[in-house]
Design a protein around this ligand. Structure first.
Ligand SMILES: Nc1ncnc2c1ncn2[C@@H]1O[C@H](COP(=O)(O)OP(=O)(O)OP(=O)(O)O)[C@@H](O)[C@H]1O
Ligand SMILES: [Mg+2]
Length: 357
């Protein structure tokens, strides 16, 4: 009985504070997406730069340059791609790297684009090599070579494409081959959001969802949202459930805090798994260094789950450090769990290296 094998969901989609979109998110997200740049909250630099790119293209009556959007899940890449199309008054075609396995798949899409259309290519780092090479030429010269036939008799038939705007999105910009990266006229890197920006996201969403929330309620949720609008929206929906069942539906600070305690999302946005990892590191291994495998066994999780699901946020929050000798807790980790570091400071257990990498 292994249900995991039958789902294609990433391990963190089950988590309330996981940044990937789950099924419920996908349904609600469409309704909550800002429709134009003016509605898009935060990311000031990206917004200002993109605004210039799009205005200039519009003034020239030209198609906008290709845009690459990079950043962690849930920060607004898909949203921004739709905004680009809306601002240009252009239709948008949506596809993704994994959906384009053969160059022919891409040729079919490219050759059916209308002039000025926005082609949104999500997870662009997961495209196959031959498709990628076809894309180079399409981006640069608005042309593709369609190969007809096989072997020595194969011929390349050049096909002119109408000008279009490619919007590529990736969570892993580092994985893009430089020739592909260089063909984007504008690259935007999305940063995590500050709590005041997330508060605005929460108020905006509450409004659209017809939920009453006061300032302190939004502050409470924003601080636990891991810098990510998708998580803020998801936590808002869970707090709304609680407010409806346990109170009169209105969300204030106490209701938000009580609801998130039920869902085991703590004041800093850590969930049960994050805390389990941190607690094991501190209580069982004196703050480390301890090897990843050992740490994973201690919390009863797979190595990959600890490494890919829990650690990135703990590292980002400055609670855990990855060192060549193993995982180490920072002073902030001891403070967050309300524990006293061992004599001589964190990690100074006199047994360094004992727990091997
Ligand atoms: N700047 C923003 N202002 C308001 N809402 C936002 C903003 N950015 C994202 N959101 C909301 O957060 C949710 C997730 O955004 P989106 O789907 O665009 O993220 P993404 O970067 O494409 O994530 P993924 O990498 O998982 O595809 C959407 O509901 C969207 O409305
Ligand atoms: Mg997306």
């Amino acid at each position: 009985m292994n249900w995991d094998e039958t789902t294609d969901a990433a391990p963190d989609t089950e988590r309330l504070v996981g940044a990937s979109a789950d099924h419920e998110d996908q349904a609600v997200e469409a309704a909550l997406r800002p429709k134009d740049l003016g509605e898009f909250i935060g990311q000031e630099k990206v917004r200002e730069q993109l605004d210039l790119v799009l205005r200039a293209a519009r003034a020239r009556g030209a198609t906008a340059d290709h845009v690459l959007l990079s950043g962690a899940p849930g920060l607004g890449k898909t949203t921004l791609s739709m905004i680009i199309a809306a601002e240009m008054g252009a239709p948008i075609r949506i596809t993704s790297g994994p959906a384009i396995q053969h160059a022919g798949d891409l040729a079919a899409i490219l050759s059916s684009l209308q002039e000025g259309e926005v082609l949104f290519l999500d997870e662009i780092h997961r495209m196959s090599r031959p498709a990628e090479e076809m894309l180079y030429m399409a981006m640069e010269d608005f042309r593709v070579d369609v190969i007809v036939g096989k072997g020595p008799g194969a011929t390349a038939i050049p096909l002119e494409l109408p000008p279009f705007t490619l919007v590529g999105a990736t969570t892993r910009a580092g994985l893009l081959p430089p020739p592909l990266r260089d063909r984007f006229g504008f690259t935007a890197h999305m940063e995590f959001y500050e709590p005041p920006e997330l508060e605005r996201v929460i108020h905006r969403s509450a409004n659209l969802l017809d939920v009453e929330i006061d300032t302190d309620g939004a502050v409470e949720i924003s601080g636990r949202s891991r810098g990510t609008p998708r998580i803020a929206n998801r936590l808002l929906r869970r707090v709304r459930d609680y407010a409806q069942v346990k109170a009169d539906g209105h969300i204030d600070r106490d209701i938000a805090a009580a609801a998130l305690a039920v869902y085991e999302v703590d004041a800093r946005g850590l969930d049960r798994l994050d805390r389990a990892v941190l607690e094991a590191l501190l209580k069982l291994f004196g703050g480390g260094p301890v090897g990843l495998s050992t740490l994973a066994v201690a919390v009863g999780e797979e190595r990959e789950t600890v490494e890919e699901v829990a650690e990135p946020f703990l590292v980002r929050e400055g609670l855990l450090a990855r060192t060549p000798r193993g995982r180490v807790a920072t002073p902030a980790a001891w403070a967050h769990l309300g524990l006293a570091p061992p004599q001589g400071g964190p990690g100074a257990t006199g047994q360094q290296g004992l727990f091997g990498a």
